[in-house]
Design a binder for this molecule. Sequence first.
Ligand code: P6P
Length: 335
Amino acid sequence: TAERGLDRDCTTLSRHVLQQLQTFSPQAQDLSALMNRIALAGKLIARHLSRAGLMEGVLGFTGETNVQGESVKKMDVYANDVFIAVFKQSGLVCRLASEEMENPYYIPENCPIGRYTLLYDPIDGSSNTDINLSLGSIFSIRQQEGEDLDGSAKDLLASGRKQIAAGYILYGPSTMLVYTIGRGVHSFTLDPSLGEFILTEENIQIPSHGPVYSVNEGNFWQWDESIREYIRYVHRTEGYTARYSGAMVSDIHRVLIQGGVFLYPGTVQKPEGKLRLLYETAPLAYVIEQAGGRATTGHENILDVIPKKLHQRTPLIIGSREDVAKVESFIQNGH
Ligand code: P6P
C-alpha cells in the first residue's frame, strides 16, 4: 500500500538509529550522526567505484606498499582519505585507525569534544577493483577511553566487546550498508536517486546452518591437518557448495543471508591468518553474533581476543552456529 511504500522510503539510516535507541540522548544523537558519516563515505566510494573504468587514478596500483607489506591500490588510498575527510568534518571522531595507516590518524581539533574512534578497512578486497567484482568497507566505532596524550592509542588494545557500532558497506550490484549497535543487524540499500540508504531488512537472523563454505582452497597445503580434515569432510558430504570471491565482505554477507561458514585459517606463511582483528574480524564478528551466528579463531571467540598491537591478525571461522561448531569439532578432536 502507498503509506507502507512511503514509510519504507522514509526509514533512512539516521532515523533507524534513533528508533533503535528509542531516545534522543546525546549518545544516541552522536551515533546517528556517526552512522550518517559512514553512509556519506559509502556513497562517495560507491560513486568512485562506479566510474573506475571511466577516469584516471582509480584502477591499478600506487607503487607503494602499506604497513601490511601489501601493494597499495589507488582505490585503497582514495577510500582511506574519504573516511578521514568525512569524519574530520563530523567533529565527533578524534582518531581513525585503518589498515592503510601504520599509526592512528588524530584530529586534534575534534579531540576535546570527539569521544569516538573509527577503526576501518577502507576497501576490503581491493584486488577486485580492477576486475569489476564486489568489494566492501568495514567499520567499527569505539568510545575513546582516557586522554591518549602520548598518541599510543593503548586504549584500542581492548576486546571487540568494547565496540559500540560495527558493520560494513558492500559495493555490489547495489550498494548495501549493514550495521549493528548491539540491537540486532539491519541492512539498507542505497537509492542513488535519493542519495539515501533506505531500510531493506531489520533484525536479520543468520540461518543456524547453511550450504555455503567459503575459503581459499589454494591454501590447502598450508593448513593444519584439522582444517584439511574439515575440507575433506565437506568434499565428501552432500549439501555443501563452495563460494569464494576474494572480498570477505561479499562472502560473509552471503553467509549472513544464506547460512554457512567463511574461513581464513592460519597458514604456514601466516600462522595468525591474514585478517586483522580491530577493523576486520572484530566488527564482522559483532555483526554475525548479533545476527545469531558465531565467530572464532578456532580456539577463542573473536570478540574476546585482546590485541597486543594495532594491526594484530587472527584466524577467522565465522558464520552459522552449527557450521562454525562443525569446524571447531575438527580442531578440538585434533584430527
Ligand atoms: P586470499 C582481501 O584482501 C581480504 O582481506 C579479504 O577480503 C579476502 O577474503 C581475503 O583477503 C583474500 O585473501 O589470500 O584468499 O587471496
